[in-house]
Write a protein that binds this ligand. Structure first.
Ligand code: SAM
Length: 247
């Protein structure tokens, strides 16, 4: 029976590749990869020779039908991205969706994911979190999005690229003020760093040290404080009293 294996690969440290991932990558007929040059390095590091097919944001729609046919014909395919778990701010959703719609087997091979890795060691609440991936590139649209999220009583998680990290912290400072922010940088790599403070403090710190703006980042913002019921009720009573007094 054919199957699509959705295989997580390391986000920095190669030792994080699971034994099961290695086994699957060694068994499949084809590996669909975001960047075939990047992934062929990983596969040759593992001593594996597998056919590669490219699958990225710009050709995914066209590849969907092809992959559906291949799996329907009984072949085993692995889907990997450049780093971490496919589909998480990475291509693959349309393929998985199409295969599921066709009643074909899709098997997850779990492993590294920057969002979960960052949350697991940040010290922010994890009972509820909201993953936003990459925010819009333009500051105006980004601030609108941040504004819409500012009342969420869940930890907010963002991905950001090095050339926009300081600008993102500026926007978070403008919208969230003193709210606690944790920046996880270079997870699982040599220069792994967790920075904790207000967005303004972190932005100052990074702007003063170029090394801190290099690498890969997960940015987390503490939840908005829970509005207690009594607090809410007494606020309403107070407002009613004010209105009555006015009249
Ligand atoms: N699919 C990946 C995953 O499972 O996390 C995410 C892919 S997304 C295109 C790349 C972004 O993930 C980076 O810009 C960064 O925000 C985050 N990221 C990936 N690896 C990271 C690492 N080692 N440390 C911190 N952030 C990382």
């Amino acid at each position: 029976e054919g199957a699509l294996y959705v295989v997580a690969t390391p986000i920095g440290n190669l030792d994080d590749l699971s034994a099961r991932a290695v086994e699957v990558l060694g068994q499949v007929d084809l590996v669909a990869a975001e960047d075939t040059r990047h992934s062929s390095r990983l596969l040759s590091h593992l001593g594996l020779q597998v056919s590669l097919m490219s699958l990225h944001d710009h050709n995914e729609a066209a590849r969907v039908e092809k992959l559906r046919e291949i799996v329907a014909a009984g072949q085993q395919v692995a889907l990997i991205s450049d780093a971490g778990t496919p589909l998480i701010s990475d291509p693959g959703y349309r393929v998985v969706r199409a295969l599921r719609d066709a009643g074909l087997r899709v098997v997850p091979i779990p492993g590294p994911c920057a969002l979960v890795t960052a949350l697991s060691a940040a010290g922010l609440p994890t009972d509820r979190f909201l993953f936003e991936g990459f925010l819009p590139a333009r500051s105006g649209t980004r601030r609108n999005r941040l504004n819409a999220l500012s009342g969420m009583t869940a930890t907010l998680v963002f991905y950001e690229a090095p050339h926009r990290i300081v600008a993102l912290l500026e926007d978070i400072a403008a919208i969230f003020g003193e709210r606690e922010v944790v920046v996880a940088r270079e997870l699982t790599k040599t220069f792994e760093t967790f920075l904790v403070g207000s967005a303004f403090q972190l932005q100052q710190h990074m702007a003063s040290d170029d090394n801190q703006t290099r690498g890969e980042f997960v940015v987390m913002v503490a939840p908005a404080p829970e509005r207690k019921h009594e607090e809410h009720a007494s606020l309403e009573a107070e407002q009613l009293l004010m209105t009555l007094l006015d009249e």
